[in-house]
Write a protein that binds this ligand. Structure first.
Ligand code: LMR
Length: 394
């Protein structure tokens, strides 16, 4: 039977990660996969997480199953972190998932159950795995314009013109903050316009939020999501704890479905539980428990927030340094967008050939669409990167 299987295309981001590991050059720079790195190139375990792990080891008395939606304390803590007071808690169904990707996948599954005709509108570009999962599931996707290749900012007019085509059967996938892969984000008044359009058309918003706290701050980064949740009748929110809690391999995420009322929530909760049971039964608990502990304990939470803020401001400083260095070397302001973008990523706007030359000639690894991970830099590698960019003629 297995002979009928077809070769599957390698995931480009993960393939790049392997290629970087295999490169013997000492001076190589990894700007590929979206993993935070400190100035020494390490992905540290955050102090609050380490502390919570210690406490958990002491206090945990069983590894028996949790609920199908995971520990309710995790859902409560995450709903509050992401949605704040935006909507009544009794309208929000939530289920823990294996990472943010698990939440995205369950959300698509729920959409398909609710409306097999639904099309999903995705930003052009979006995280490539959105497209890959949707293709695998056989769900129709429609791209909407998002990024202006000239200005490297959001092409908001194009976006609104394309979203004007949505119908009440459709879902519009939005990035909550720190757009992956471009780094270009909607401002709050643009979020308002998107919300008004979706309400007008009756389309369902779905938000993927994987980088809360990496852009303008924990509260600021949640503003768009909160607006959508409070101003639209229903929405889906897929959240990841991988990046902002630094627990990538623990696979910790949450899917939220915001309903019109408490009765709607009951139906949604049953569906989320059912979907977890069908796909993997109980969601992983270890990372979720650590996150719950960190968010519920004042001292751990303060430590986590301080460390996250340090990571965020560190990335902002690198952005500023890179933009300044490029301005100096190129004598032009055309790289100013790097300081305007937010989050881990920016799309540089290089051609695939230039990206390949950056890798071959300078040992700089970025994704083929010229997405670079700012956290892969440090103060010393910024000038090296800037020089390579200018030498490559980008
Ligand atoms: C990324 O975009 O690099 C990250 O979200 C990691 C991944 O799974 O692709």
């Amino acid at each position: 039977m297995f002979e009928h299987l077809k070769e599957q295309p390698a995931d480009k981001i993960l393939a790049l990660m392997e290629a970087f590991k295999a490169d013997p050059r000492d001076n190589k720079i990894d700007l590929g996969v979206g993993v935070y790195k400190d100035a020494d190139g390490n992905t540290p375990i955050m102090a609050a997480i380490k502390q919570a792990e210690k406490q958990l080891w002491e206090a945990e008395t069983t590894k028996s199953y949790t609920g199908l939606a995971g520990d309710p304390g995790f859902a409560d803590a995450m709903v509050s972190l992401i949605l704040g007071e935006a909507v009544p808690r009794d309208t929000v169904a939530a289920a823990a998932t294996p990472g943010g990707t698990g939440a995205v996948r369950q959300a698509f599954d729920l959409v398909r159950m609710a409306n097999p005709k639904a099309r999903i509108f995705v930003s052009d570009p979006t995280w490539p795995n959105h497209l890959s999962i949707l293709k695998h599931m056989g769900i129709e996707t429609v791209a909407y314009r998002y990024f202006d290749n000239e200005t490297r900012a959001v092409d908001f007019d194009g976006m609104m013109a394309d979203l004007a085509q949505v119908t009440g059967d459709d879902v519009v996938l939005l990035h909550g903050c720190c757009h992956n892969p471009t780094g270009a984000n909607l401002n709050l008044s643009q979020w308002r316009e998107v919300v008004a359009l979706l309400n007008d058309k009756g389309a369902l918003p779905m938000i993927d939020i994987a980088y809360q706290g990496f852009g303008d701050g924990l509260e600021e980064d949640a503003a768009g999501v909160r607006l959508v949740a409070s101003e639209t009748p229903e929405c889906l929110i897929a959240a990841s704890c991988s990046k902002n809690f630094g627990i990538y391999r623990e696979r910790t995420g949450l899917l939220m479905a915001v309903a019109r009322d408490a009765d709607g929530r009951k139906l949604n909760q049953g569906t989320l539980n059912y979907l977890n049971r069908q796909n993997y039964s109980f969601p992983p608990d270890h990372g979720a428990r650590l996150v719950t502990m960190v968010l519920s304990d004042a001292e751990l939470r303060a430590s986590w927030q301080a460390e996250l803020e340090e990571m965020r401001t560190g990335m902002l400083a690198l952005r500023e340094q890179l933009a300044t260095e490029l301005q100096r070397l190129s004598g032009s302001d055309r790289f100013g967008f790097l300081a305007q973008h937010r989050g881990m990523f920016s799309r540089l706007g290089a051609t695939p050939e230039q990206v390949a030359r950056m890798r071959e000639d300078h040992g700089v690894y970025m994704v083929g669409d010229s997405r670079l991970n700012i956290a892969g830099l440090n103060r010393n590698s910024v000038p090296i990167l800037a020089e390579a960019i200018v030498k490559t003629g980008i």
